[in-house]
Design a protein around this ligand. Sequence first.
Ligand code: PRT
Ligand code: ZN
Length: 226
Amino acid sequence: GSGARDRLRIAIQKSGRLAEPARALLTSCGLSWRESRDRLFCYGESLPIDLLLVRDDDIPGLIRDGVCDLGVVGRNVLLEQDIAVRREREASVFRELRALGFGGCRLALAVPEGWEWRDPSQLAGKRIATSYPQILQQWLDGQGVQAGVVELSGSVEIAPKLGQADLICDLVSSGATLAANQLKPVMTLIESEAVLAGPVAAFDDARGELAELLLRRLDGVLRMRH
Ligand code: PRT
Ligand code: ZN
């Protein structure tokens, strides 16, 4: 159609935990870019594959809107936004193409150290602070538990101390942050890592072959890293 595109555009995190490893992985796939240090756009040189450097939370929306073709994002962020989209449209627009083997963490429920944890029925009537309200609500629904979901954009781990919530649902990697706040993890809702995300719909122009080429190279690199 008139919107045919012959370059592939990949969104990655501009700064943060996934920024450097995402770029390193794509470099290992033979991609290189005309450097633009502080800019948001990197023009692909070895292949017509460009980068857009953005906030991780923006990546699913950029794919949904067709601004970017692929993205490197935590499964936690992709799933959170996918649930929201499915509630609205009743169909996914994103899919996880590959798990990338870095950025590993889990989304877990954590309770004050003094709690004696038995099972999810204890959560009835409690307030749970989280930055992942969709994933949490879907899990609570699956458990048949009614609890209050308190959405916070950051510093979730201090919510119990501030009296904003009784417990939290947050990302955990080493567990040091929880321990420093006298919290303990009791249930894992999802295991997460960085993933390559793309649209459910196939590309109907040159981007399709570029995406296939990239995936073949990626599979080679991921196999060697294993
Ligand atoms: O600016 P931008 O919005 O792009 O970045 P961000 O601050 O939202 O994201 P960033 O860079 O913190 O995280 C990006 C992604 O890294 C997340 O979406 C996860 O997929 C992944 N990731 C892996 C993590 C962690 N490990 C992690 N530990 N994201 C956050 N954390 C937090 C955790 O919640 C805790 O508060 O880091 C803290 C330290 O963790 P502990 O358990 O090691 O103490
Ligand atoms: Zn973010």
